[in-house]
Design a protein around this ligand. Sequence first.
Ligand SMILES: Cc1cc2nc3c(=O)[nH]c(=O)nc-3n(C[C@H](O)[C@H](O)[C@H](O)COP(=O)(O)OP(=O)(O)OC[C@H]3O[C@@H](n4cnc5c(N)ncnc54)[C@H](O)[C@@H]3O)c2cc1C
Length: 570
Amino acid sequence: MSYLNIDAQAQNTYDAIVIGSGISGGWAAKELTGKGLRTLVLERGRDVRHVTDYPTTNKQPWEFEHRNQLKQEVREANPIISKCYAFYEGTEQFFVKDAEHPYVQDKPFDWIRGYQVGGKSLMWARQTQRWSDFDFEGPARDGFAVDWPIRYADIAPWYSYVERFAGITGNKDGLATLPDGEFLPPHEWNCVEKHFQQKVAAKYKDRHVIMGRAAHLTQPQPIHFQQGRAQCQHRTICERGCPFGGYFSSNSSTIPWAAKTGKMTLRPHSVVHSIIYDEKKGRATGVRIIDANTKQMQEFYARIIFLNAAALNSNLVLLNSTSHRFPNGLGNDSGVLGKYAAFHNYRAGISGEYDGNLDSTTDGRRPNSPYIPRFRNVLKQETNFLRGYASGFSAGRMSRSDQSGVGADLKENLLNPKLGGWYVGSHMMGETIPKESNYLALDPSLKDPFGIPQLKISIAYDDNDDKMVKDYQEQLTEMFTEAGFKNIRVRDSHAAPGLDIHEMGGVRMGKDPKTSMLNKWNQLHAVKNVFVTDGACMTSTSTQNPSLTYMALTARAADYAVKAMKKGLV
Ligand SMILES: Cc1cc2nc3c(=O)[nH]c(=O)nc-3n(C[C@H](O)[C@H](O)[C@H](O)COP(=O)(O)OP(=O)(O)OC[C@H]3O[C@@H](n4cnc5c(N)ncnc54)[C@H](O)[C@@H]3O)c2cc1C
């Protein structure tokens, strides 16, 4: 009997286990297999194969049963995800439905998830900016959270490393606040966006309007062709999955790359329940899963474990990994696990109209738009709130379709819409301050369909966020006015946190094990063979879209982990 058990254990033993196959898990899989480790990737959702599993990718609007709109009953059944702009008939298959995986909103929180191979990398908006030292030094300088254990110099080479492979379009703008990367050629501006850029540059020394940096192949390099990816076609229906691999997703890039090594075992339908801690060995030895099809619990073992279930779920897995040694969650000697969760403040926006450049219009589509890096409180504290915001910006020509006439006249009118003036718009991307009172916990009684405690989310905006919204509205109004825009209207959606889909923290990095969970290599201070490299590790949020930083931190941690394994350190 014992022989059989030993056999079963050997069969289920790998060098490394990666939990989650989204943006960060895909990178962990690629790096660990690339360095020769037999790696098991555990993914709770179904498999989604590049191209073959993008059922709506080539559909025209008229080929959808509901013209690519959500049915009223879908909307009513999914009040949370229906708030997300990317959820429509063509993308329904990639979003977790509200009722499927319940969680407890101690305070209102719109949790947008993608449970499948590739995670949210299929649906994301692909904006990718580097952090700078203004971001990594933020908490120490402004006295909140704890100091990051790393600085820009620690991660800069890893940004370059992941950018070259993922393919990032952008312009080298030479800004200290937003370091340049290894860019493919930038996207083009339209004349009103250019006009705004020039007006802002003429009035403000410290405010810049630049072309967005995004994970699109504007000019694929040999490394991208080797991945089987091709040039972005500007179809702008990316969130349905791209058959060209024109944007970066785990499905088109890291997961098939890892598979090619022959070292990866991908196990979909594997809901990770907890990480197994061996008290005698003083280390994690493996992972317990519930098989989503059979509902049976199973164990897998490995020397190192990368936790990449996305920020909130990684908190859940650690909180649920209890033992005599760690009664309050794995590695939670400090008591900070689940605390200091943070997110981005996307509540505010502004729109306007412009009656110049009426002799010009736009031509074609562009899967990207201009970006205004943070300019508030960068060199000194200058407002009544901490930190600042970045902003998106774009301009386009208004058009009105003329549905009058019949037959050839109607056709003619529809094909030649009447052009109006220009509309301009921007949205805010604000930093929030991680606080102990914004926390994640396990609900003591409610369980999910797999018998795992439901996650209780207790996260809210505060006074700092409200002041930031007001400042964004005032400053952008001033900038829009300077550019000659008219009919300027500001808005505050007052939406609950969550729709920014940039949740972070709860397993933060830090120098001191008494106040943080992870060291500078993303290792749990107290369990050195467990690495957490998704958004859960973030000590603060800054304003940049976060996923590029998760990719770089993951590649860096994987490099360290394999070297440490070889030296017998983990
Ligand atoms: C509409 C939209 C727009 C976005 N735009 C941007 C953007 O422009 N720029 C940007 O930087 N970010 C953007 N994001 C956010 C971005 O998608 C996430 O930051 C990123 O995907 C996080 O990577 P991850 O690996 O942590 O998580 P994910 O990509 O979500 O992957 C996590 C994986 O873990 C799996 N998993 C979860 N729990 C378990 C478990 N218990 N057991 C096993 N597997 C589990 C999930 O099924 C999933 O596959 C956007 C997201 C959305 C939805």
